[in-house]
Design a protein around this ligand. Structure first.
Ligand code: B3M
Ligand code: ZN
Length: 615
């Protein structure tokens, strides 16, 4: 549980800082006009608006996402995207499946089907899982489209024209039986240093030595176990050393802006320092974007060259005018979400590709990366049945809200975190149910049963105090959300909810109809508006919880309601919070939103996902 004093100290100490950063934001704040959400009309940047292009890393189609993948990018970006919409920023949220490459080809071999069939199957599966988690994309596309080929070819053409490419011959493992070149990790053999018989072409799992596949003693194809030989193959390289000066200038600007996390800056700078050499952007594979150059008919683009272009082609399939988003750095802010292992591809490789074209691309502004989420005492493993994967949550009798709350409050922002069922149940019982649920349910049930309504009423000391606290809390929330400190913003809302609970408890509202009806009116007036405030601030995190509370308060969606947060962000004093609800508002059909999770459920869930079901 929270400690009230440390909470107040935290709020007051951040107040100055947040007001400073906010006023900076609000002076330059550009707001687009209120529009309700109609996904059939593609959104495009608008002049004088804050245009935000939000992306989540594009998941591969060779697996089912687990909870760590979900918090790692799609869910985090969803919260930010929902926040942007509530602020009436002109934002779009782009994602989709990353469908090309060795991983897909191998999966197709395993499942004895075609890569295309794998993509179709897993694209639909991913979409279904994200729908369950209430991830609200503007577009959820895929990379295997005509537009992808078209845009990738155009970018490649520019790089070629500008002399940013070179060709080189490389030695590569080849399987005579499969008649294919083998990616490093599809070659197995005996490790030259420890003699372990099952080392992979990129690394020996026993002694940890990093290897080149040609170094393995008697290399074999990991797919058919046939003998692998070494063959020569010609490839295209992107000349990163040539692009480096411009890249460095751009990275420096980003670092100076303070908009990249420490982790992101560190990873990027160390790659630029140690790893800038020409980078191979083609592969000997069939399943990929074709390389438009003579002699490359049997080759395709390397998946990490091609995948980030997916963001662009997915947007292009959404709107013909995609260049207004992607070739408009003056008016568009690009904000990207991903796991930490994807950082350098987004801060070095993809920006280098764009810089190399010498065209005016919209480049990464802000990057939000996450560390890893582990499961109980180890790692998620689909093959061993350990951990919770997106396809198994729907049947658990636990709502998406509970998972969203737990994952977001436990988001691995600066360090790895752990998913634990006991912790999920504790957070559900002590925070969702006892704090948030209690605030909504207890008061609204009372308002409904006593047939009360919101009436403008005089304020006293306790009301001024709680409203001032709520106002500070709101400033803290806004500055956290602007900086994508999602975990902190969520904590701030929960603290506000706790303060509202305390205000209600201190008011002894249940006695007032007899002892002091005028004071009862004041308490109902203030606390119903505070409930609306809490339901608004929690909306990006728990959209369906807000929808339920709003429906109990009889609030219907309207342009004002959909962008109410923007109105609130402009408030100069706390009393305006009392304009959130119109006078006469009542409560109807009040029902509990959360339920408690029992210790026996926890132990059942632990067993279910421990891998033991396969023993
Ligand atoms: N598919 C890697 C991953 O899922 C990759 C991301 C592509 S983002 C353009 O971790
Ligand atoms: Zn083979």
């Amino acid at each position: 549980m929270y400690n009230m004093n440390s909470l107040l100290n935290r709020l007051y100490s951040v107040h100055l800082h947040s007001l400073k950063s906010l006023s900076k934001g609000s002076l330059t704040r550009k707001v687009s006009s209120g529009l309700s959400r109609d996904k059939s009309v593609p959104k495009l940047p608008k002049p004088n608006a804050r245009n935000i292009l939000i992306t989540s890393a594009l998941p591969y189609v060779n697996n089912v996402p687990h909870l760590g993948n979900i918090i790692g990018c799609v869910l985090s970006a969803d919260v930010y995207s929902r926040y942007c919409r509530l602020r009436n920023y002109n934002s779009i949220y782009i994602c989709g499946t990353d469908e090309y490459g060795t991983a897909t080809e191998t999966k197709a071999l395993q499942e004895k089907t075609s890569p295309k069939a794998i993509c179709d199957k897993y694209h639909a599966l991913h979409k279904q899982i994200y729908d369950w988690f209430q991830i609200d994309f503007d577009v959820f596309g895929r990379t295997t489209t005509e537009k992808q080929t078209e845009i990738t070819s155009a970018i490649f053409g520019k790089l070629r024209e500008n002399g940013q490419l070179s060709e080189r011959k490389v030695q590569q493992c080849f399987c005579e039986q499969c008649q294919r070149f083998l990616a490093d990790r599809y070659v197995v053999g005996t490790c030259p240093s420890c003699h372990f018989g099952d080392a992979r072409g990129d690394q020996c799992d026993k002694c940890g030595t990093v290897l080149d596949p040609e170094e393995l003693v008697s290399p074999k194809c990991a797919i058919c176990a046939g003998q692998a030989s070494v063959k020569e193959s010609k490839h295209v390289f992107l000349d990163l050393p040539k692009i480096k000066p411009e890249l460095e200038k751009w990275v420096e600007g980003r670092v100076d802006s303070g908009e990249w996390s420490n982790n992101c800056v560190r990873t990027t700078e160390s790659w630029i320092r140690d790893g800038i050499k020409p980078r191979c952007i083609t592969r000997d594979l069939k399943w990929g974007t074709p390389v438009p150059m003579a002699g490359y008919e049997n080759k395709v683009f390397y998946v990490w060259f091609d995948a980030p272009i997916g963001y662009i082609s997915i947007t292009a399939n959404y709107s013909e005018s995609w260049e207004k988003w992607w070739k408009n750095p003056e008016e568009v802010e690009l904000v990207q979400f991903m796991g930490k292992d994807n950082i350098t591809f987004h801060t070095v490789l993809f920006p280098s590709t764009l810089i190399g074209t010498k065209e005016n691309w919209t480049m990464l502004k802000r990057l939000s990366s996450t560390e890893y989420l582990n499961y109980e005492d180890g790692k998620f493993s689909k093959s061993r049945g350990i951990g919770v994967f997106g396809d198994s949550v729907a049947g658990l009798n636990l709502s998406a809200e509970v998972f969203r709350y737990y994952l977001l409050s436990n988001r691995p922002e600066v360090a790895d975190s752990v998913f634990k069922w006991s912790d999920l149940a504790e957070k559900n019982n002590n925070e969702l149910l006892a704090n948030l649920g209690n605030l909504f349910n207890r008061l609204l049930k009372f308002v409904e049963s006593k047939k009360l309504a919101v009436i403008k009423s005089p304020l006293h000391k306790a009301e001024h105090e709680i409203l001032n606290l709520a106002f500070l809390n709101l400033q803290q929330y806004l500055s956290d959300m602007e900086e994508i400190r999602l975990k902190s913003a969520l904590k701030t809302v929960m603290e506000l909810s706790m303060m509202c609970n305390k205000y209600l408890q201190d008011s002894e509202f249940w006695k007032l109809s007899k002892t002091d009806p005028a004071k009862l009116n004041t308490v109902i007036y203030v606390s119903c508006n505070l409930i609306r405030l809490v339901s608004l601030l929690i909306e990006p995190f728990l959209p369906s919880v807000s929808a339920k509370v709003n429906s109990q308060l009889g609030i219907v969606p309207s342009p004002r309601e959909e962008t109410l947060l923007e109105e609130l962000a402009g408030l100069k004093n706390s009393e305006k919070i009392l304009n959130l609800l119109s006078p006469g508002t009542t409560a109807n059909n009040v029902q509990a939103i959360f339920r408690s999770i029992s210790p026996s459920e926890v132990s059942d869930l632990k067993t279910k996902f421990s891998g033991k079901q396969f023993n």
